[in-house]
Ligand binder design. Structure first.
Ligand SMILES: [Zn+2]
Length: 130
């Protein structure tokens, strides 16, 4: 079987998070999920069956969960802490942003290569941003 990912981990800020293809099926509230991020084990598991846009979306989705966790957004006082009238703030936020970003990436094939081209480009003329 070909490697699922080009690397064994993904760097998210100061952490290297292990990427683990798995046969496990993740279920929550009777819904199926392709992947999960577990902070304690510092890993992202993705079901081996995930391919194409499902694989890409799952990886982006789980990286966003890692970002939420390591930004403490889901901790006490954080914007994505469950409670009150919403019991799934983090999941709604991560799901919405990852799904919409996947749409932007798919509908604008120039977008990701453009970001990659410019991401490490030194500024030639300093300009103030608004
Ligand atoms: Zn999720």
């Amino acid at each position: 079987m070909a490697k699922k990912f080009p690397e064994d981990f993904v760097k998210v800020g100061w952490k290297n998070i292990a990427l683990e293809p798995t046969k496990a099926s993740f279920k929550k509230d009777n819904a199926d999920y392709w992947g999960q991020f577990t902070a304690r084990e510092n890993k992202i598991e993705v079901q081996e069956e995930a391919e194409g846009i499902d694989l890409a979306n799952t990886l982006l989705h789980e990286v966003l969960h890692a970002i939420v966790y390591h930004s403490s957004l889901n901790q006490d006082g954080g914007a994505l802490k469950d409670g009150g009238t919403c019991e799934d703030r983090e999941e709604q936020t991560v799901n919405s942003i990852s799904n919409w970003l996947m749409g932007v990436f798919r509908d604008n094939p120039w977008f990701l290569p453009f970001l990659m081209e410019n991401i490490d480009m030194p500024k030639t003329t300093p300009k103030k941003s608004k």
